[in-house]
Write a protein that binds this ligand. Structure first.
Ligand code: NYM
Ligand code: MG
Length: 262
């Protein structure tokens, strides 16, 4: 199948999801607030009925934050730490630039292609959808996934451009819900001081300020906020604690849920 046909099929899937959601919107009451809980779509994938056996699984851990907040370094350190503890873990990142969709995203980010804001938003989402079933399989076979950016980046960056936040969330509904979201908190000014930005689209102080505002709207009480301005080792220690707790919970059979819920 050619790359463009595959991309087209992915788009069809997203639009079908959006249409489905539209019919759900008429039944699900949306609060005007933007907390994830405003969309009660939680769906336990273990389809566990009362009394059924709780399956042990890996944890889905997501790190979020502004560009240059230190996510990528911390994600790699976290995976090495977990492996050292005998916990099977893998490093993932979105956008995943290795796929055809990912290459379109990469071209857009490096300013070699221009796309409408809605189009690129859906491509970022498609890039997660194309990985959804593999993520589920890995988690169910006990692998912990440390993910550098996820749906929250999708919503934060696109809504920072002025797109409606509920519209931005819609194509994410049905993706796997993280077991924990860790936000590496750093001010846009501090982030800009860190060795400068790489020159990709969005890596501008004024825009990052808007992204920080979007994250603060999206943020809910379940997020773990870690001060990203601390020495790297301190950030690392705090992350390890959060993630070990989460891995333990998932090993005990915590149910795997879907977005968009707490
Ligand atoms: N980004 C990332 C989005 O705009 N939407 C998304 O869904 C995701 C996952 O891409 N500036 C933006 C945030 C970043 C950029 O990410 C590339 P990275 O982590 O720098 O490779
Ligand atoms: Mg970046």
């Amino acid at each position: 199948m050619s790359a463009s046909i595959r991309t087209l099929l992915l788009f069809c899937r997203i639009f079908r999801t959006l249409v489905l959601q539209k019919s759900l919107y008429s039944r699900v009451k949306f609060s005007s607030k933007c907390f994830p809980t405003s969309i009660r779509m939680e769906n336990n994938l273990n389809s566990s009925t009362e009394g059924s056996k709780m399956e042990s699984r890996g944890a889905l851990v997501v790190l979020e934050g502004l560009d240059r907040s230190g996510k990528s370094s911390q994600c790699s350190r976290l995976v090495s730490f977990l492996e050292g503890q005998g916990i099977s873990a893998e490093l993932w990142r979105f956008p995943d630039r290795t796929t055809n969709v990912g290459q379109m995203i990469s071209a857009y980010l490096s300013n070699t292609s221009q796309l409408d804001d809605h189009t690129i938003h859906l491509l970022f989402s498609a890039n997660r959808w194309e990985k959804r079933s593999l993520m589920e399989t890995k988690l169910k076979t006990g692998k912990t996934l440390i993910v550098d950016r996820y749906s929250y980046s999708g919503v934060a960056f696109s809504s920072a451009k002025g797109l409606d936040i509920e519209w931005c969330k819609a194509p994410e509904i049905g993706l796997l819900a993280p077991d924990v979201v860790v936000y590496l908190d750093i001010s846009p000014e501090k982030a800009a001081e860190r060795g400068g930005y790489g020159g990709e689209r969005y890596e501008k102080l004024e825009f990052q300020k808007k992204v920080a505002d979007s994250y603060s709207v999206l943020h809910d009480v379940s997020w773990k906020v870690v001060d990203g301005c601390q020495p790297m080792e301190d950030v690392e220690k705090q992350l390890q604690e959060v993630v070990l707790d989460c891995v333990t919970e998932c090993r005990k059979g915590k149910l795997l849920a879907t977005l968009w819920s707490k």
